[in-house]
Ligand binder design. Structure first.
Ligand SMILES: CC(C)(COP(=O)(O)OP(=O)(O)OC[C@H]1O[C@@H](n2cnc3c(N)ncnc32)[C@H](O)[C@@H]1OP(=O)(O)O)[C@@H](O)C(=O)NCCC(=O)NCCS
Length: 178
């Protein structure tokens, strides 16, 4: 896992002392609304930063100018290795939304994946209600390949029933990217 650099950002592995910056956004309801988890406590963020520092799939996105950690990427070859299909995910601190940081970092890691990790295909999943997320994917020319109806739930309603969500599936192939 190397260090990636863009015009404004450094994209690097997590360190255990990143927990405070992680807590700044994972503790917000608006941030985890479409994620498969609830808001994190300080304790959970300490553990999460340690876990992420040992894993390859989470990347910390930091501002070059200040070193502030403003969000994270998830990039993982989770299926059979010979399929070379990587999944991309991203979560950013809302203070830094709307400035193009998420797009800039996702563009960089896609490029790294296709050119350096020999990814053949990259996919992403998101809730159709998460407009900011699928707009980001479409601005990177990822193609909407599926709309799954009420296929997944992450949370329960007050009566304890699963809240079923639709999923948009996006994909892009190496030749399309290059
Ligand atoms: C999904 C998420 C990362 C998108 O963040 P974002 O702030 O919309 O993305 P960016 O930082 O790339 O900003 C893009 C916006 O900045 C604008 N922008 C401003 N300066 C820009 C620049 N220099 N370059 C590119 N875009 C710029 C773009 O026009 C775009 O605005 P628009 O959405 O009105 O078209 C963010 O909403 C998030 O973290 N949500 C919570 C977690 C989540 O739901 N993750 C996805 C789960 S599937």
């Amino acid at each position: 896992m190397g260090i990636l650099e863009t015009e404004r950002l450094i994209i690097r592995k997590f360190f255990r002392d990143d927990w405070e910056d992680l807590y700044e956004y994972l503790s917000k309801e608006s941030v985890v609304k479409y994620e498969p988890y609830d808001v994190y406590t300080e304790e959970q963020c300490k553990e999460e930063a340690i876990n992420r520092s040992k894993e390859e799939e989470f990347w910390a996105v930091c501002l070059k100018e200040t070193n502030k950690l403003i969000g994270n990427l998830y990039f993982y070859n989770g299926g059979p290795k010979e399929c070379s299909t990587w999944e991309i995910g991203y979560v950013f601190n809302p203070i830094y939304h709307g400035k193009g940081y998420a797009i800039e970092s996702v563009r960089k890691i896609l490029d790294y994946g296709f050119k350096e990790l020999n990814a053949r295909r990259v996919v992403a999943m998101c809730n159709p209600k998460n407009t900011a997320s699928w707009k980001l994917l479409e601005s990177l020319n990822m193609r909407r390949e599926g709309h799954l109806r009420k296929n997944i739930f992450f949370k329960y309603d007050k009566e304890g029933n699963p809240i079923w969500n639709d999923t948009y599936e996006y994909g892009i192939l190496k030749d399309e990217w290059l």
